[in-house]
Design a protein around this ligand. Sequence first.
Ligand code: SF4
Ligand code: FES
Length: 231
Amino acid sequence: MRFSIYRFNPERDARPYMQEYELALDPHDRMLLDALVRLRAQDDSLAFRKSCREGVCGSDAMNINGRNGLACITRLADLKEPVTLRPLPGFPVVRDLVVDMSTFFAHYHAIRPYLVNDEPPPARERLQSPQERAALDGLYECILCGACTGFCPSWWWNPERFLGPAALLQAMRFIADSRDRATAERLEFLDDAYRLYRCRTIMNCTEVCPKHLSPSRAIEHIRRRIVSEGL
Ligand code: SF4
Ligand code: FES
């Protein structure tokens, strides 16, 4: 199988370049990550992240033939050759397919990704009805892979000020939680020309999310909540 892979080692290269590889696959190789692991055995200078190989940890998001996705759940049989791999667009490159996610996680931390509730805890736990729990479906499953944010032109133009689809979906996850008591503060923080309203409903995020989530719907729900709360 033929591959064309973005290479850049800032300690060695003046500029990035694409490197061509030819790889003999093993019959057991099913996913793109299997091929990458085999390629690294052939060329140990090739850098990429991986961990779970099950679509759970979110560490191997990259641009695969022009679309962001996770290497470990992308079937080799579905890929056109040469398979072109680039780092997540819009993120600074650390080396090859490894990107710097500091800004991405700074935005995640900014939305306060934890329950805020100062009421005295009940004897057992803060219970939810089945309906309240169901309100979190489609939000809590996010694995913070960055595929959506790295496919969002609004974020490419304003990565420091626009929170991006992943952080906004996570913000909605806590706004939607019946146990949280900081909804008003959360909405006030988000009600900002850049943090939230730089979203132009391009919907690339929803198109590429490997967990089939819809950050654009979450963003729409935040907008509606800001209107209904009269902020
Ligand atoms: S919303 Fe989807 S694409 Fe975006 S970070 Fe979460 S899992 Fe990844
Ligand atoms: S290696 Fe964990 S999501 Fe792909």
